[in-house]
Each structure stands twice: as C-alpha cells, then as structure tokens.
Design a binder for this molecule. Structure first.
Ligand SMILES: C[S@@+](CC[C@H](N)C(=O)[O-])C[C@H]1O[C@@H](n2cnc3c(N)ncnc32)[C@H](O)[C@@H]1O
Length: 220
C-alpha cells in the first residue's frame, strides 16, 4: 500500500485534532486489541519503567502497530527487541496481516525475556528471535526481503544498520528509525547523512514528548 496515501487517509479519518500529537493523544482507542493483551502490555510497560528498560512509549507502540497494519506489511524486522515490549506491538499487527517478524538483540538476558514475554502474550508463533549483533546476524541472511523495518538498537550504529539492511529491503519498504529527536548528539551524524540518500521519501514524526521517529519509504 502507498504509505503517503494511507497516512493521509488516516489523518483525514481523525476528527479530533489539528496536530499529530493531539491526534494521537485523543484517539488512543484507534487501535483495537483484546483487553488481555492490552493489560499485559500495560504491566510490561510499568515493569520497564521500574527497571529502566528503554521501551517505546505506549503511544509509540500504538503507532508502530497502526503503521504495520496500514501498510499491510507481511515481513518485518526489528533491531533491538529489549524485553519484547515493542515486539509485541509489532507482532500483534503482523499477526493481523498474516505476516511474520524477525527481532534481534545482542543482550542474552534481554533476548531471553523477550522470548518469554512473547510467549506470555500468545504471539511467539509470529516472531523469530535472533541473538547477536544485528550487523552480523543480518549479513548472514540471504533470500530475505523485508517490507517493514523498525530500528531501535544502539543510536550510534544507525548508519551501520542502514547500510546493512539495504540489500534486504523489498520494493516500497517502510523503515522506522526510533528516537531521532531526543538523542541529537548520538543521531545527528546519521540524520545529516541520511537526508542525502536518494530513492526514499523521508519524514520525521514527533510521536510524543518522549521522542519521534524517522520514517522512510522506498520509492522505487
Ligand atoms: C532501546 S532498546 C530497545 C527497546 C525495544 N525496541 C522496545 O521498545 O521495547 C535497545 C536494544 O537494542 C539492543 N541492541 C543495541 N545495539 C544492538 C545491535 N547492534 N545488535 C543487536 N541488538 C542491539 C540492546 O541490547 C537493547 O536491548
């Protein structure tokens, strides 16, 4: 699906706001999900807050979930599973799309807790977890094409992640780089370079007061 078109359809469908941030704040019920999973996510988010796990915000999770569903993506990649909070938001959308997600993390305890949490969320059949440095793990793949990529690993490695995912992007792939606003000292060199990349549409979207994402779509 054309992301620009679906995004503008989405915005047009919101009757409650003049700004994107307000829209997200007032329209949280836009993502329908079973209440058991919603409760589990709330508990996991709280656990993350109490244990300093840098999970996306709830709104960030909802945004990712909607984006995957809006684009009809079927083959996803996440760099940086942490304990699986964003993975669950993504996986729920991929399940609805009859798709699959691969998620990579290089911290063993984190990788184990992500697998456990996806099991608890009843979504483990949607996700294939990989343990290791994403830069090495991805290089070892062949015959892979992703139509959706969420990058949330080490901020200083964003350019390296960008380079390594190139051969694996499907036509019209959507790529979301998290946290591009709140860590300028870490992401600025990447942002300076990426804006000169041809063949992709790009937009930076503030999601909430926590941070924003750089969204890219492959235009050829
Ligand atoms: C910000 S956290 C991810 C949060 C998660 N996406 C969420 O919202 O629930 C970053 C994670 O990326 C992992 N990570 C960072 N650089 C990585 C790399 N090069 N390869 C694999 N994992 C990486 C870290 O171990 C950490 O768990």
């Amino acid at each position: 699906m054309n992301l620009k078109k679906s995004w503008s359809n989405y915005l047009n469908s919101l009757k409650c706001s003049s700004t994107l941030i307000r829209a997200f704040g007032e329209c949280e019920s836009q993502v329908s999900m079973n209440s058991e999973l919603t409760d589990f996510l709330k508990g996991l988010k709280q656990f993350g807050i109490e244990n300093d796990i840098p999970n996306v915000t709830e709104r960030g999770g909802r945004f990712l979930n909607m984006l995957v569903q809006m684009t009809g993506s079927k083959s996803g990649l996440e760099i940086g599973s942490a304990n699986g909070y964003s993975t669950i938001w993504l996986a729920e959308a991929f399940r609805n799309n009859n798709g699959k997600l691969k998620s990579i993390d290089f911290s063993q305890p984190t990788h184990e807790s992500a697998k456990e949490n996806l099991n608890k969320a009843g979504l483990s059949d949607v996700v294939e977890f990989y343990f290791g440095n994403a830069l090495e793990v991805i290089k070892a793949w062949n015959d892979q094409r992703f139509d959706f990529v969420f990058v949330d690993g080490e901020k200083r490695s964003y350019w390296d992640f960008w380079e390594v995912i190139q051969p694996f992007l499907a036509d019209r792939a959507v790529i979301a780089f998290d946290d591009v606003l709140s860590f300028p000292e870490k992401t600025k060199p990447f942002m300076e370079k990426i804006k000169n990349v041809l063949g992709f549409d790009q937009v930076v979207l503030p999601i909430d007061k926590d941070d924003g994402v750089l969204l890219m779509t492959k235009t050829n």
